[in-house]
Design a binder for this molecule. Structure first.
Ligand SMILES: Cc1cc2nc3c(=O)[nH]c(=O)nc-3n(C[C@H](O)[C@H](O)[C@H](O)COP(=O)(O)OP(=O)(O)OC[C@H]3O[C@@H](n4cnc5c(N)ncnc54)[C@H](O)[C@@H]3O)c2cc1C
Length: 380
């Protein structure tokens, strides 16, 4: 057991912190207002390999492992939940291709993704289902060397960027779910206007409409009927990004609270003199440390998954704890700010709007608890 970060980990952390503070933080409020990440930020992230941190160099990645990914995402999540969720959803799709793709698929679809020329998507949610992928209704019908996909996918991150999208559809013949790598903007692929969501602005969410989209059979990911295991393991990896984004939100809420409690004066001294304020600060410090080490550990576990079920449990408990703690921390930070915390001019309001999203995505907290209990009970 060694709690010291390695030289390489410290470098990744510093590089992401420097970029986040120098380039993203100054435009974070603009990103929130306009719901768009400026092109220069995307280019800067790409130049620093931040779109491919955990993935192999031979596919354009930075070979920094999921431990390095966690450290970088914490820093990005601290300044902008919208930028972080964009990278997180992209890395979820890359992770699925990296784990289940064949060599040709990895070279073709991961390389431009890891290099940030493409921003990938992963589509399982539909108007009728989010938590229960067994209810997926998008259809895949085999026709010679192609499958023809029809259906609607809801709330899909990055769906309007160029690049690959991993789409889950039900194979008409077997009735099973298959994962397909589809090139966005292929004929029959269209998207809605972005949803007007509460937070994590800049990370755009769109519905995807598939109308007779032809996908070559060689673009089946992991084999026909393998969609469900791909979804389960893929999302476990995806929770690394969601958890580290939430960890960044906790750190941001904590630091804003420290700053404000020293700035806001009551009868000639700051509100930091009040014991009630101090107790809340202490509580945040405790929870940040707990969330931090849980998330860092999760990043290390993701580097070498031996048992997907146990990993699913670790993913579920980390994501639940860290995302729910982020909501609590943001709410406490708002309390300390009094009415100022309710004003969109203050960063804590944005942190709260960003944090409230975490418990709902990549599996709602209730479902995570069912995964945790299910694995715990069956292994006892
Ligand atoms: C910012 C953001 C980004 C997203 N990005 C993507 C993306 O890139 N790709 C994608 O596919 N989706 C994405 N989504 C969608 C998201 O993953 C789903 O909305 C989420 O999984 C929840 O599904 P749902 O909204 O249909 O909720 P439901 O499944 O309808 O759940 C609603 C509530 O019902 C309860 N519930 C449901 N089922 C059960 C059960 N079996 N047992 C007990 N309780 C249950 C839970 O309490 C839950 O809170 C994104 C959403 C957001 C907000």
């Amino acid at each position: 057991m060694n709690f010291n970060l390695t030289k390489e980990q410290l470098l990744i952390q510093k590089m992401a912190r420097d970029f986040a503070e120098r380039y993203i933080e100054p435009v974070a409020e603009q990103i929130d207002r306009e719901n768009k990440i400026p092109d220069e930020i995307i280019e800067g992230l790409a130049a620093l390999d931040l779109f491919g941190i955990p993935f192999a160099e031979k596919y354009g990645g930075a070979d920094g492992g999921y431990d390095g990914y966690v450290l970088a995402m914490e820093q990005i999540g601290k300044v902008s939940g919208g930028v972080a969720v964009t990278i997180s959803a992209h890395s979820l799709a890359l992770g699925a291709i990296s784990t289940f793709g064949n060599e040709e698929q990895k070279v073709k679809y991961m390389t431009p993704g890891c290099q940030g020329q493409h921003i990938l998507s992963f589509a399982f949610t539909e108007p009728g289902t989010g938590s229960d992928p067994k209810q997926i209704t998008t259809t895949a019908v085999k026709d010679g060397d192609y499958y023809v996909l029809n259906g609607t996918k809801r709330f899909i991150s990055n769906a309007n960027f160029p690049g690959a999208i991993v789409i889950f559809a039900r194979d008409n013949e077997s009735g099973k779910i298959t994962a397909f790598i589809v090139e966005k903007w292929t004929e029959g692929y269209t998207v809605s206007e972005p949803w007007d969501k509460i937070g994590q602005h800049g990370g755009q969410l769109l519905d995807v409409y598939l109308k007779d989209v032809k996908v070559p059979v060689e673009n089946v990911l992991g084999g026909p009927g393998m969609g469900y295991p791909i979804l389960q393991l893929g999302i476990s990896f995806g929770k690394v990004g969601v958890s580290s984004t939430a960890l960044g939100a906790i750190l941001a809420a904590y630091e804003e609270t420290l700053k404000y409690s020293k700035e806001k004066m009551h009868r000639d001294s700051s509100i930091a003199k009040f014991q009630a304020v101090q107790l809340r600060i202490a509580d945040m410090a405790i929870k940040y440390e707990a969330a931090r080490w849980l998330t860092y550990r999760f990043g290390c576990l993701a580097n070498e998954v031996k048992d997907p079920r146990q990993f699913a449990k670790e993913a579920a408990l980390t994501k639940t704890f860290v995302c729910e703690t982020a909501v609590d921390a943001a709410r406490v930070a708002m309390d300390i700010h009094g009415s100022y915390g309710l004003m969109n001019d203050y960063k804590v309001a944005r942190i709260y709007r960003d944090a409230i999203i975490g418990p709902q995505i990549e599996g709602v907290s209730d479902m995570q608890k069912m995964i945790i209990a299910g694995v715990a009970l069956s292994s006892y």
